[in-house]
Design a protein around this ligand. Structure first.
Ligand code: 4AZ
Length: 815
């Protein structure tokens, strides 16, 4: 609980060696013996045994030779396939080139094959191992031929052949090539004994305004198959570009295993790779690509492991001059917005846009980029970039990156090269008065403007800390020597928050001093001198000479004794030092459970909903490489606990079963709820009691106060709390929250927090309760689920919205 202020392996795949399969068959087909005959005739039987032995020996010899041949012989050959494209500048594209069966296609293809053969014959490495080529397709421009060339290469010559192909590219690319040019750097597609049956190619031409659909094999009924290589060659009409929109995308998380690649080409040429994708994309994080020409290639490569649904995508064509793909222009006025083409989806490759911005005379231009994701293509913005009056920007920039132009006119140019696209950017421009760049606001050293209230509030709002220097701090903040202000809560917590250690000095007491319970230092002589010197009176505790105290009085921490009946936790400060009201929190949240990995540590929270059942988060019960969190035997549940160190003396229960929600999504944390059945029921007491469950139709008012509890970290990245922490946060409107959390909020989630930062749930609070007080009862409105860090400004905590699961809880537990 935070209550602070505050081209991979590419398309190469090794497919199992068919030779090994032949061995298996050879062993399986050992000649079957006629047993009966052998039993009746003993000499015959000996003969048969001898025959079997000889056969076995021959077989062993064959296997040995095969093993030697395929594993140890240096001249073992592997099949290498290179894909490439070749532009033919003295030919014009005709429709018949789209049809591989047409005489026109065949004629030109033969010419290309002759040309390829003659090019390879120039190189000894290539001519020696060349098997043949195949022209797969043609497209406009004048005519581009896409081909595959196959070589049978001894293993020890593989690198030399790669080099020879690369040399060939150098020779034939550019002006040296005369009329025929190899346009791309060819890349090897498949390495090893690639079986052609494992490769599937679909080809389709989207026409008019009809949308075509492409799907991974088996989608949506069964997961895509292992060890597959599938290609979709997509075409549109001339003067159109293609748009590929993935409606569902759910592949294995690791792109070295399974991946989809999208090319701005008809064949898998590295130079035209737009993106390689794997993992899961939620509908709120859509994935859509636009080509720069009327062709696109999609490939799906899977390896032998994994069991994932795959994808479904729509293919449509857009006219090249359609406003949705056109970009640039003249922007005038005092403010305005512009975006990269197709934003927030992926911009097309090979695109240049120029915006000429003009604000009123005498004013300067301020450009803000709420989102900026432009593929880098190297460290110095050589590939894709945004050029602001001569200054290039690329890569991922932080939200609301700022740039200024000291003139009333300026140009912004966006350039994307042939490969590796990204989501692009959104931008706003506004005119500002050169003499007053931040009207009514504080101007940071980096020219950013922030609200005046953000000055000296302990947060680095300017991002260069200029709002936090030379501060006169409020009394509830630590005045750091370096001029920063930091929350008092962080004093003496073992972390150097000031940066100059000011907040961590004077935390222990010197020799000759007594350290009070509130960390104050008083002279050792003041201990038990009859006068409370510590503000909390702890210097007079346990002194054994409170003569006025009897068995029928209450001994306060400050040495005072009071005779009032039941003074403890009655809400009144009877002692004067409030010691009669401290420790009243025990039992304040009797439904709070601490879930421990047996004999290891607290991991998550949970809530008691009945004598047998707990509610927690599904993400708490997902296995990882180290622990089997999904297994009941992994866990101990501690009930009625206040301080972690008291766990020996409170109720502990093993678990009988764990039921995670079947729709829990580990990528989006959607449906993040689980039920735990205790091995034996508990007896309710003053410190163990269930929380009320909401009804399925319950809603909570935006701005309403809710309570969160747990032993989680007391700051982002910090360690867990010893004593159960509580904090009050407010419910945040889901639409606002969805914007703050970049569209990641589903209807199964609710948001709560303090948008100025500083109060939040944190790591270790997960699974624990968010309670809402209604009619003097506490209802389990939410389950601590996730967040972007802890207690950050404008980053609320995200909770599983329990009313949505009322029916499911009833169905599974009967509660
Ligand atoms: C966690 O890791 C966690 N700030 C829980 C809640 C929040 C962040 C992280 C919300 O368990």
């Amino acid at each position: 609980m935070d209550v602070d202020i505050d081209a991979g392996p590419g398309a190469m795949r090794f497919i199992p060696d068919p030779v090994n399969k032949d061995w298996d068959q050879a062993v399986t087909f050992l000649p079957a013996s006629d047993n009966k005959k052998l039993e009746k005739n003993s000499p015959g039987r000996i003969g048969a045994i001898v025959a079997v032995v000889i056969l076995a020996a021959i077989l062993a010899l064959i296997i040995g030779i095969v093993v030697w041949h395929f594993h140890f012989r240096k001249d073992l050959k592997i099949q290498k396939i290179y894909t490439g494209s070749l532009s033919i500048s003295n030919e014009a594209f005709v429709d018949a080139y789209e049809n591989p069966d047409s005489p026109e296609f065949k004629k030109l293809a033969n010419q290309v094959l002759t040309q390829l053969k003659s090019m390879y014959s120039d190189s000894p490495q290539l001519s020696r191992y060349y098997i043949g080529s195949q022209v797969q397709a043609f497209s406009e421009g004048s005519v581009i031929a896409y081909y595959e060339s196959e070589f049978a290469v001894p293993v020890d010559q593989e690198a030399a052949v790669d080099q020879a192909v690369s040399n060939l590219n150098d020779i034939y690319s550019g002006s040296k090539a005369g009329k025929r040019q190899i346009e791309t750097n060819q890349g090897p597609l498949v390495l090893g004994n690639f079986v052609s049956s494992a490769s599937t190619r679909f080809s389709q031409h989207t026409k008019g305004f009809v949308e075509d659909i492409i799907k991974s094999p088996g989608f949506p009924d069964i997961p895509y198959p292992p060890n597959s290589f599938v290609q979709w060659q997509l075409r549109g009409d001339p003067d159109y570009v293609l748009k590929l929109t993935f409606d569902t995308f759910n592949l294995e998380q690791n792109c070295t295993n399974d991946f989809v690649r999208v090319y701005d080409s008809l064949v898998a040429v590295n130079k035209y790779i737009m993106a390689e994708k794997c993992g899961y994309y939620s509908p709120s994080d859509p994935l859509a690509f636009i080509s720069s020409r009327n062709v696109m290639l999609v490939t799906l490569v899977t390896n032998e492991v994994g069991n994932f649904p795959g994808f479904k995508a729509r293919v449509s064509q857009i006219k090249k001059d359609d406003p949705s793909v056109k970009c640039g222009g003249t922007l005038t006025g005092s403010t305005g917005i512009f975006t990269s083409p197709n934003f927030p989806n992926y911009y097309p490759p090979n695109t240049t846009c120029q915006w000429n911005i003009e604000v009123p005379v005498g004013k300067f231009i301020k450009l803000k980029f709420p989102k900026f994701m432009v593929s880098t293509g190297g460290s110095i913005c050589m590939g894709d970039y945004v050029d602001i009056v001569g200054k290039r920007l690329c890569g991922q920039q932080s939200a609301n990156m700022l740039s200024t132009v000291n003139s009333n006119k300026g140009t912004v140019v966006f350039v994307s090269d042939a490969s590796n696209v990204d989501r692009g950017f959104s931008a706003t421009f506004e005119a500002y008065e050169p003499t007053d760049p931040c009207p009514d606001q504080f101007q940071c050293s980096n020219k950013r403007c922030v609200n005046r209230s953000m000055r000296c509030d302990g947060w680095n709002d300017c991002r260069d800390s200029s709002d936090e220097v030379n501060c006169q701090c409020d009394p509830y903040m630590i005045q750091c020597k370096n001029g920063f202000c930091k929350p008092m809560f962080w004093r003496c917590d073992g972390v150097d928050d000031c940066g100059d250690g000011t907040d961590e000095v004077n935390c222990g007491c010197k020799t000759g001093q007594f350290q009070c319970k509130n960390d104050q230092c008083v002279s050792e002589k003041q201990k038990c001198d009859g006068t409370p010197d510590c503000k909390d009176g702890s210097d007079e505790e346990g002194c054994g000479r409170d003569l006025s105290c009897t068995v029928s009085t209450f001994a306060c921490a400050n040495g005072k004794c009071i005779s009032k009946p039941n003074p403890i936790c009655d809400g009144q400060n009877d002692c004067g030092d409030n010691s009669d009201e401290s420790n009243c929190d025990v039992g304040e949240f009797p439904w709070q459970v601490s879930l421990h990995i047996k004999n290891v540590a607290h991991v998550c929270g949970a809530s008691v909903i009945s004598e047998r059942w707990l509610v927690t988060a599904a993400h708490c019960v997902q296995d990882d490489a180290k622990y089997r969190y999904s297994q009941p035997g992994t866990w101990d549940a501690y009930l009625g606990l206040h301080k972690q160190r008291d766990k020996q003396i409170v109720t502990k229960r093993a678990l009988k079963q764990i039921i995670p929600h079947p729709s829990y999504n580990p990528y989006t944390y959607d449906f993040d709820i689980a039920l735990m059945e205790l091995e034996s029921p508990i007896t309710y007491s003053e410190t163990i009691r269930p929380v009320c469950l909401p009804t399925a139709t319950d809603t909570y008012p935006t701005g309403g106060t809710v309570t969160i509890t747990g032993w989680g970290a007391t700051r982002e990245g910090g360690s867990g709390a010893q004593v159960l922490q509580k904090a009050q946060v407010r419910i945040i409107n889901s639409t606002v929250c969805d914007q703050l959390m970049n569209g990641q909020i589903s209807s199964r989630m609710m948001c709560a927090g303090v948008l100025s930062g500083g109060v939040d749930a944190c790591q270790g609070d997960s699974g624990g309760p968010l309670t809402y007080l209604s009619s003097e009862r506490m209802f389990l409105a939410g389950v601590v689920s996730w967040g972007d860090g802890c207690a950050r400004r404008n980053k609320p905590g995200i909770y599983t919205f329990v009313p949505k699961f009322r029916g499911w809880i009833k169905e599974k537990t009967g509660v």
